[in-house]
Design a protein around this ligand. Structure first.
Ligand SMILES: Nc1ncnc2c1ncn2[C@@H]1O[C@H](COP(=O)(O)OP(=O)(O)O)[C@@H](O)[C@H]1O
Ligand SMILES: [Mg+2]
Length: 352
């Protein structure tokens, strides 16, 4: 049994199912991201873990003991809300020490632990300030310190970086990851931002409609997406309808596709833009390569790479990513687009 076990967790509201039979195992010290679009049930899952929402069905177990209906304050979960939820009338030190006061920790120990927490999040000397006298990033650190000071069994972070500007967010990602690692604290990290999930966690659980669509390492999720939803939600993707010939084999843009076709039904072909290569029109495909032909619509310089948009029959498009040092072919040029057969994934169309 893992340190934290969620099994069959379900939360229904009057007119919707927010979380739908979700199961997840998290090892001690592990950091797992819940990644998914808005409304897929991420916050509801965290709130059930924290004891703020009661599940209709399912079981939560922590360190071998069931806590499904244990009161929130007896679960020892550190919760960092999206809005930080600091007490505006209390200074930083009392904000951080609040959970310790609640737990009846003696004053001297409380002061020491608050001081340590301030140091951990690099806010030494700011304990006397009010939250409004801090920047967004500093407030975020206070919220983190407040969650960590109770030495939580599990740290729950709900989109905690989304109110910060891009640069600060980047810095905080690294800081939180460092703290999480150095304290070896079991963490569930909720985000709709794939970079955050990919950079901050040991494993990623991609959620869709109240369920986990796939769980695995960043590489698993990115290179071997299990469903169409995961393939398109994480990373950039080309997704094109394939045709199925009389012999059952797949073709794309009229050319044979070296990829296994799942039996029956319509399918889409998926390939990452950075796996595609451009070649002069008419260049034959090598062994174990897929190839289609089209013409360049236009190229977009995106900073660290260039996106070349190639149009095929019927206006379908493929995005090819090339290095920004390479010169893209001129607009209108006839080109071949090639990729390794193994980089092709095929998904049934209806299983969106
Ligand atoms: N208190 C509530 N009452 C009714 N519906 C809710 C409530 N909380 C959440 N929901 C619904 O449950 C679904 C999941 O919500 P939430 O867990 O907040 O998603 P996420 O955090 O992934 O954006 C949404 O459709 C949301 O509207
Ligand atoms: Mg949410």
């Amino acid at each position: 049994m893992a340190y934290l076990e969620l099994s069959g967790l379900t939360k229904r509201y009057r007119d919707s199912v927010a979380v739908d039979g979700l199961s997840l195992s998290v090892e001690r010290g592990e950091s797992v991201a819940l990644l998914g679009p808005s409304g897929c049930g991420k916050t509801t899952t965290l709130r059930m873990l924290a004891g703020l929402v009661e599940p209709n069905e399912g079981v939560i177990a922590l360190d071998g003991a069931e806590i499904t209906r244990t009161a929130a304050h007896r679960r020892n979960m550190g919760y960092v809300f999206q809005s930080y939820a600091l007490f505006p009338h209390l200074d930083v030190a009392r904000n951080i020490g609040f959970g310790l006061e609640e737990r009846g920790v003696a004053r001297a120990e409380r002061e020491q632990r608050v001081e340590d927490a301030l140091q951990l999040v690099r806010l030494q000397g700011l304990g006397h300030r009010r939250p409004r006298e801090l920047s967004g990033g500093q407030q975020q650190r206070v919220a983190l310190a407040r969650a960590l000071v109770i030495r939580p069994s599990v740290l729950l972070l709900d989109e905690s970086l989304s109110n910060l500007d891009a640069k600060l967010r980047d810095a905080m990602r690294h800081e939180i990851r460092e703290i999480q690692r150095s304290l070896a604290i079991t963490t569930l990290f909720v985000t709709h931002d794939q970079v955050e999930a990919l950079t901050m966690c040991d494993r990623i659980a991609v959620m869709n409609r109240g369920r986990i669509a796939q769980i695995g390492s960043a590489t698993d999720i990115y290179e071997r997406p299990a469903t169409r939803f995961v393939a398109t939600f994480v990373g950039r993707a080309n997704m094109l309808p394939a045709e199925r010939g009389a012999d059952g084999r797949l073709t794309l843009w009229g050319e044979a596709l070296p990829a296994a076709a799942p039996s029956g039904g319509e399918v889409d072909v998926f390939v990452r833009p950075q796996r595609l290569k451009l070649a002069p029109a008419g260049e034959p495909a090598g062994a174990d390569m897929a190839r289609v032909s089209g013409h360049v619509l236009n190229s977009v310089f995106v900073g660290d790479h260039i996106e070349v948009i190639v149009a095929g029959p019927g206006g379908q498009r493929l995005t090819v990513e090339i290095q920004s040092g390479d010169a893209p072919p001129p607009d209108g040029a006839e080109v071949a687009v090639m990729w390794r057969a193994q980089d092709t994934l095929v998904f049934p169309r209806e299983a969106a």
